[in-house]
Design a binder for this molecule. Structure first.
Ligand SMILES: CC(C)(COP(=O)(O)OP(=O)(O)OC[C@H]1O[C@@H](n2cnc3c(N)ncnc32)[C@H](O)[C@@H]1OP(=O)(O)O)[C@@H](O)C(=O)NCCC(=O)NCCS
Length: 189
């Protein structure tokens, strides 16, 4: 991972130059927390670097952004992204994806800062009203993080993913951006 003087203890949007560090953080997350993600480490490890660059929204045609958290040494230790809908009737919604903070950096507020940065980004993105996500049933730390940031459960999908011969359910959550502003979680437009 590349370290930078200017990236110490901050959360900022990732750009194409961060793709290598982003890939490393995500592959570690898929490998160490397989039940938390739908993608497998093998599926993602085989993708070309261009895919990771596009995931960061480097290509204007790709409707997603990713924010990263940097530790005191300027190393990338966490990331989370937002994928936008493009169709007229669903473009008021976006999906939060790929939430991960490296084990050594947890419980320091990075997860919360990442979620709030994405909600602020969503809020500033014209016409967006709702951010949705899914969290594997039983992932109490992640669900607690999302609830702290204003997400509410609206359903549970049974047998959502198959892992090592078991079915795992996914809890579906959403955050109404207008409500988040009224509750004082976001600055507002
Ligand atoms: C879930 C995860 C992103 C949290 O990141 P983090 O940087 O440690 O979270 P924060 O320090 O910002 O904590 C914010 C809130 O999340 C909740 N939380 C985080 N870790 C928790 C834990 N181990 N137990 C209970 N609550 C927890 C708390 O409500 C916390 O607020 P508090 O500190 O005021 O009590 C991190 O544990 C992780 O990457 N886990 C593995 C991958 C994963 O599960 N990703 C989610 C996929 S949906």
């Amino acid at each position: 991972m590349s370290a930078s003087e200017t990236d110490r203890n901050i959360v900022r949007r990732l750009k194409a130059a961060d793709a290598t560090a982003y890939r490393a953080v995500m592959l570690d997350a898929y490998a160490t927390h397989p039940s938390a993600f739908t993608s497998t480490v093998a599926e993602r490890a085989g993708l070309p670097m261009l895919w990771w660059e596009q995931r960061l929204g480097a290509d204007a045609d790709v409707p997603s952004v990713v924010y990263g958290a940097f530790d005191d040494a300027g190393a990338l230790v966490g990331a989370a992204g937002l994928a936008f809908e493009t169709r007229e009737r669903t473009r008021h919604k976006a999906t939060l994806f790929g939430m991960s903070v490296s084990a050594s950096a947890r419980r320091s507020g990075f997860g919360r800062r990442l979620v709030l940065a994405l909600l602020e980004h969503a809020r500033a993105h014209g016409g967006l009203r709702q951010v949705q996500l899914t969290v594997t049933e039983g992932n109490a730390s992640a669900q607690a993080l999302y609830e702290r940031c204003g997400f509410k459960v609206f359903g549970v999908e049974p047998m959502a993913i198959a892992l090592d011969g078991a079915w795992l359910a996914k809890v579906h959550m959403c955050c109404d951006l207008e409500a988040a502003v009224q509750e004082g979680r976001l600055i507002g437009a």
